[in-house]
Design a protein around this ligand. Structure first.
Ligand SMILES: O=C(O)CCC(=O)C(=O)O
Ligand SMILES: [Mn+2]
Length: 201
């Protein structure tokens, strides 16, 4: 893979077919430290599995789904009953909603315990997200590389997501681009990611 765009630091990352805007210092480093500590401790982390070549294997990360009551979300083919909002998660959601001017009713949290934890190529284009969803992605903890790959042209755009950053994906981003967090052999600390979404009922 040869990234066509090497680690832009802020602003619009995609030249066409959707939008992805990075705000590297959305939270100050002390705010980000506090959110990281609180959310690692308060999240009811679960180990889910995914099907690869017909075999169930553990996902290479821990996760948790929080949402308004009744908003079951199917992720990796599994329906998930929501956990209620807790105080630190509600505070992060409020900050994102105020910045973006958009309401969210659900949040998927992922904990990447080390460089071997990852998330494969996918797009968040399930019908329940609606057409051209706005997805707010907050990164806390170790910096990881995030890759976009255009579904037709295969162009790759890579960016580092620092502690306390906000990435807002919108427009036709999910329709036209896949994204992933690749494994890394670097010795790194855990990373927590939250993707806020607005699910249709
Ligand atoms: O960890 C990340 O930055 C991405 C997470 C993601 O793509 C997802 O939860 O759908
Ligand atoms: Mn995603």
């Amino acid at each position: 893979m040869s990234p066509s765009s090497l680690f832009p630091v802020s602003g619009e990352l995609l030249a066409c077919d959707g939008s992805a805007v990075l705000v590297p210092d959305f939270f100050s480093s002390s705010e980000a430290d506090q959110h990281f500590t609180d959310l690692v401790a308060k999240t009811p982390w679960e180990q889910h599995s995914l099907k690869i070549f017909g075999k169930q294997v553990p996902e290479p990360r821990l996760s948790a789904w929080h949402a308004d009551a009744e908003l079951t979300y199917s992720y990796s083919g599994q329906p998930r009953t929501p956990h209620p909002w807790n105080e630190p998660l509600a505070a992060v959601r409020k900050a994102c909603e105020a910045h973006i001017g958009h309401t969210f009713n659900g949040a998927l949290l992922n904990l990447y315990r080390s460089g071997s934890d990852a998330m494969g190529w996918h797009s968040d284009d399930e019908p329940i997200n609606g057409v051209n969803p706005v997805i707010a992605s907050v990164s806390l903890g170790a910096e990881r590389r995030f890759d976009f790959r255009h579904k037709q042209t295969r162009e790759v755009v890579s960016v580092k997501l620092p502690h306390g950053s906000l990435l807002v994906m919108s427009g036709a981003c999910q329709a036209n681009w896949h994204h992933r967090i690749a494994k890394t052999t670097r010795e790194i600390e855990p990373r927590l990611n939250i993707t806020f979404r607005f699910l249709l009922r």
